[in-house]
Design a protein around this ligand. Structure first.
Ligand SMILES: Nc1nc(=O)c2c([nH]1)NC[C@@H]1CN(c3ccc(C(=O)N[C@@H](CCC(=O)O)C(=O)O)cc3)CN21
Ligand SMILES: O=c1ccn([C@H]2C[C@H](O)[C@@H](COP(=O)(O)O)O2)c(=O)[nH]1
Length: 341
């Protein structure tokens, strides 16, 4: 997918060196965005292998968001991608589905005069009991589904996973934290805003998951699939820990001069060779925390034609793994990248 490769190129060629809380340094660029027309096929990357276990992990992750669960007790049976951020009991501090499906509504005594809030009987409000207390929650996805059917030209079709006071103390506040649906003609579009994006590992999953969500919601509301727009505020490439990461601080200009001089795709392989010959080896245990070589390999590859996806047309809450199928997918070989924690 050329949009992804362009994002990789923009981050590497125009980014700055940026250490961060993980201890694995990054080359980071502000405000990387693109638009992908889903009518031209499903945007699963083909410049590395994304079917098999990666595709399965992505589907299970999306189904977990849709479930509204705040824990990963079922998800971790299917994929390990969220295990590092949960405790033994499966509790996870990062609220995605929990806020998509059950966003907290302030209790009566917390509401300020003059504010408007839905009452308990409102169709998108549910009450649940937690430790003997009744709490009220709001189903943002059901709001979107119903409003798309009843008032499709609404410009308020926003879903938010961001709760400021929760985010301030959460160990890992949501990265992809808000998305908006938008109808144009008979097509449904979705725009995602992501505050922080790991270009090599997280972003391919994020693109696929939201493209799939768009397809599912379009199908349920009778629209054609339109475009996926994606804005990544801090779009970064992890470039290694310790001396390996620090090497990029010293050599970023040289790397960027080389990238600027590349005139055809296989030129990226020469840049990769230059990195491998000159950068210090990654320390033991730090395998592939430097994502630059793998991304240069991807830049040297030509995207193949996009696959398609079919989804059985069942109500959102009945959707299961077996309802989703990938067709006509061909890709280059797999690449593995280490996860910065
Ligand atoms: N540094 C970092 N990058 C991320 O992308 C990320 C986080 N942290 N923390 C929370 C979640 C978890 N996400 C992850 C975590 C791991 C993989 C990963 O290891 N992907 C492998 C396949 C692993 C599998 O399917 O079992 C890959 O090759 O894509 C992907 C997304 C996305 N998020
Ligand atoms: O869906 C996701 C979830 C996480 N990420 C990445 C983005 C960052 O590299 C880390 C989160 O670290 P912060 O310090 O909280 O920004 O995880 C992603 O790309 N996609």
């Amino acid at each position: 997918m050329k949009q992804y490769l362009s994002a990789v190129e923009r981050a590497l060629a125009g980014g700055t060196y940026k250490p961060n809380r993980t201890g694995v340094d990054t080359i980071s660029r502000f405000n990387v965005g693109y638009q992908i027309d889903l009518e031209e096929g499903f945007p699963l990357l083909t410049t590395k292998k994304m079917d098999g276990f990666r595709w399965r992990s992505m589907i299970h992750e999306l189904l977990w968001y849709l479930s509204g669960e705040a824990h990963i007790r079922e998800l971790r049976e299917k994929t390990g991608i969220w295990n590092e951020w949960a405790d033994e009991d499966g509790k996870l501090d990062t609220a995605y589905g929990r806020f998509w499906r059950r966003y907290p509504v302030p209790e009566l005594e917390q509401q300020l005069p003059g504010e408007s809030w839905p009452d308990d009987a409102h169709r998108w409000v549910s009450t649940e009991t937690q430790d003997g207390e009744t709490v009220r929650t709001f189903d943002q996805l059901q709001y979107v589904l119903d409003t798309l059917r009843e008032s499709p030209h609404s410009r308020r079709l926003v879903v938010s996973a961001w709760h400021p006071s929760n985010a301030a103390v959460s160990t890992l506040p949501p990265c992809h934290y808000t998305f908006v649906f938008n109808v144009q003609g008979d097509r449904l579009n979705l725009h995602l805003t992501q505050r922080s994006g790991d270009i090599a590992l997280g972003i391919p999953f994020n693109i696929a998951a939201y493209a799939l969500l768009l397809k599912i919601i379009a199908q349920r509301t009778g629209f054609e699939v339109g475009e996926f727009g994606h804005t990544i505020v801090d779009a970064h490439v992890y470039c290694g820990a310790g001396e390996r990461g620090a090497w990029y601080d010293e050599n970023l200009e040289a790397l960027q001069d080389r990238l600027a001089a590349v005139d055809k795709a296989d030129g990226y392989l020469q840049v990769r060779e230059w990195v491998e010959e000159n950068a210090p080896e990654e320390a033991e245990g730090d395998d592939q925390l430097d994502h630059v070589p793998g991304l240069l390999t991807q830049l040297s590859r030509t995207p193949m034609s996009r696959p398609s996806v079919s989804v059985r047309d069942v109500p959102l809450d009945e959707l299961t793994f077996d309802d989703i199928e990938l067709h006509d997918y061909e890709s280059e070989s797999g690449l593995s990248f280490g996860v910065a924690e």
